[in-house]
Ligand binder design. Structure first.
Ligand SMILES: Cc1cc2nc3c(=O)[nH]c(=O)nc-3n(C[C@H](O)[C@H](O)[C@H](O)COP(=O)(O)OP(=O)(O)OC[C@H]3O[C@@H](n4cnc5c(N)ncnc54)[C@H](O)[C@@H]3O)c2cc1C
Length: 373
């Protein structure tokens, strides 16, 4: 049986970022990915927003890692020619109640260390985005958009360069993980055949399936509160000239499942709206949401949008730890020594802002690996 130092399960943005951080010529690493290529799941089905860490609770990993990673992403993109744009974002309010909501968001964001978030008036909003209807808005100049595939290509290149080979193993699904001696026997299937390898460390970054992968090790995922709830988000694209160049968000809905239907400009100049949020039991990527509901949300802040110019576009699925109606949950990133699994690191519930946070998550895992190996 092959003896490895580290197995990373899942080649999305997070698994690849970790590989890019921890790969070394003297370390045997595999990244195991069940699909035919990397980044086929959530990492290629999202808004590609470089978040500024505005909404997350103080002391949460989401706030800490996103705020840390925002400038890292810009630096990586600039240095490695990854398409990106610092388009900026406004969170708009109409009416007293929504303005109060924005003031609350600013206070919380400042407590977390997200600064440079002025509350601007309707004249300033009009100067920035003439078609947007708003009595006031929070302006976030450090929010932007990026090419998520470009970022993942970079992580993959970096992992190859540092390891002196290609650690990525595609078409390979992990089916079982058993603790043995000072490591883990990882069983996998590829092309109908089964293989196994022994690794001193296992890093579970399996996205929508990270709870099932954690369960393979013997962890009781209900006791550990690791069960993932899939929460789908649809996008509708707009035909015609985009009425806004910035990211324009409504105040976040009170259900805490999403940030609301916002504009999603992409790097080619197209504009989408989304993502919605509804819980599902199966992974399918057809757009199921109602155009009417999208349109009703959008015209609150972009009143000129015509219903007939909206078209079903794409969808993505969030790996949420919070069940429907539950309060927001944080990322879970844990070295499971305390549960009796030294060398096992679980990353569970890496929903938004996971793409933005990926380089900071990778640094955090790098420190855990450094301490252990
Ligand atoms: C609608 C939506 C919008 C979002 N918008 C943003 C945004 O604008 N900005 C932002 O920062 N974040 C955003 N996010 C969050 C972001 O997309 C995720 O946090 C991030 O992509 C998670 O990456 P990952 O590598 O953990 O998961 P994934 O990309 O899902 O990768 C996990 C991988 O594990 C593989 N895998 C699973 N099980 C196994 C197994 N048993 N064996 C082998 N391989 C396995 C899967 O095939 C997959 O490739 C959004 C998410 C959604 C759903």
């Amino acid at each position: 049986m092959e003896q490895l130092d580290i197995v990373i399960i899942g080649a999305g943005a997070v698994g690849l970022a970790i590989a890019a951080e921890i790969a070394r010529k003297d370390r045997d690493i595999y990244i195991l990915e069940k699909e035919t290529n990397y980044g086929q799941a959530t990492s290629s089905r999202n808004s590609e927003v470089i978040h500024a860490g505005i909404y997350y609770p103080k002391g949460s990993l989401k706030a800490e890692l996103c705020i840390k990673a925002n400038p890292m992403i810009y630096e990586i993109c600039q240095k490695h020619n990854i398409p990106h744009s610092r388009v900026g974002k406004i969170i708009v309010a109409n009416g007293e109640e929504e303005i109060k909501q924005l003031e609350g968001i600013i206070t919380k964001a400042r407590e977390c260390g997200a600064r440079d978030l002025p509350l601007i008036d309707s004249d300033r909003v009009h100067q920035l985005e003439p078609h947007v209807k708003a009595d006031a808005a929070i302006l976030s100049p450090t929010t932007g958009i990026m090419d998520a595939h470009g970022l993942m290509d970079h992580y993959h290149r970096e992992a190859r360069r540092k390891s002196g080979g290609d650690p990525l193993v595609l078409n390979t699904e992990v089916t079982s993980i058993k603790q043995k001696g000072d490591g883990y026997v990882v069983e996998m299937t590829s092309g109908g055949e089964s293989f196994s390898a022994k690794a001193r460390m296992v890093i579970n970054s399996a996205g929508l399936h990270a709870d099932s992968v954690a369960e393979m090790t013997g962890i009781d995922i209900d006791e550990a509160r690791y069960r993932i709830h899939w929460c789908k988000g649809d996008y509708f694209s707009l035909t015609g000239k985009p009425p806004a160049k910035m990211l324009v968000y409504p105040p976040p809905p009170l259900d805490a499942a999403s940030l609301g239907i916002h504009t999603v400009p992409d790097l080619t100049g197209r504009l989408k709206f989304g993502p919605s949020a509804y819980y599902v039991n199966e992974i399918t990527y057809n757009v199921q949401g109602s155009k009417d509901e999208f349109w009703e949300d959008i015209v609150k802040y972009l009143p000129d949008i015509k219903r007939e110019n909206l078209h079903p576009d794409m969808s993505g699925i969030r790996a949420k730890l919070q069940a429907p109606g539950d309060p927001v949950r944080d990322f879970t990133i844990t070295h499971e020594e305390d549960k009796g699994y030294p060398g096992l690191i679980n990353l569970i519930g890496i929903e938004s802002p996971g793409l933005t946070s990926s380089p900071a998550i990778a640094e955090m895992i790098g420190e855990m690996v450094q301490e252990y190996l």
